[in-house]
Design a binder for this molecule. Structure first.
Ligand SMILES: [Zn+2]
Ligand SMILES: [Zn+2]
Length: 140
C-alpha cells in the first residue's frame, strides 16, 4: 500500500514539473512579443493587384483592395514607395554581387542595385560601405 502511495506522489510531482516547464516555455515565447519584434524589423506595407507602388494602410489614393505584405517582399517584387502616403522605405542599397551595403545616393551604388532594409543587409552578413557610411541600424 505504501508503495502505491509513493508511485502516486511521484506521478503527481512529475505532472507538476511538466506543467511548470510548459508554462515557463509559454511565457518565454509569447506570440505578442514575437510579432512586435517582427514588425520593427520588417514593417507591413500594402500593395494592390496590378499596382507598382506600395502604401501605408491608410493611404488616401488606394483606400481599399490592398493586401498587406512585408516591406522586404514588396521590395523584392519591385514595388516602389508611394509618394503620397510615405510608407517605410528601404534604407540601403546593395549592388549585384556587392560585398557591402550603401546609403541611397552613394557613388558606388549601381543602377541594378537592390533596395533592402538594413536588417536584411545585415542578415546577409554585409558590412557598411566605407565611403558613404550608411547607418548601422534602422532609423526609428
Ligand atoms: Zn499611398
Ligand atoms: Zn557606399
Amino acid at each position: 500500500m505504501r508503495k502505491i502511495l509513493m508511485v502516486m506522489v511521484f506521478s503527481l510531482f512529475t505532472v507538476l514539473v511538466i506543467a511548470g516547464t510548459y508554462a515557463y516555455a509559454g511565457v518565454n515565447t509569447s506570440p505578442d512579443e514575437k510579432k512586435i519584434t517582427k514588425q520593427v524589423d520588417d514593417p507591413i506595407v500594402y500593395v494592390k493587384e496590378g499596382g507598382k507602388k506600395y502604401h501605408k494602410r491608410n493611404c488616401k489614393i488606394v483606400p481599399t483592395g490592398k493586401k498587406g505584405i512585408k516591406l522586404s517582399e514588396a521590395l523584392a517584387q519591385g514595388y516602389e514607395p508611394c509618394k503620397v502616403c510615405n510608407p517605410p522605405t528601404a534604407d540601403v542599397y546593395v549592388n549585384p554581387k556587392g560585398k557591402v551595403y550603401h546609403k541611397k545616393g552613394c557613388k558606388m551604388v549601381s543602377k541594378s542595385a537592390k533596395a533592402m532594409t538594413i536588417n536584411e543587409a545585415k542578415d546577409k552578413g554585409l558590412p557598411a560601405c566605407k565611403i558613404c557610411f550608411p547607418p548601422e541600424k534602422d532609423k526609428k
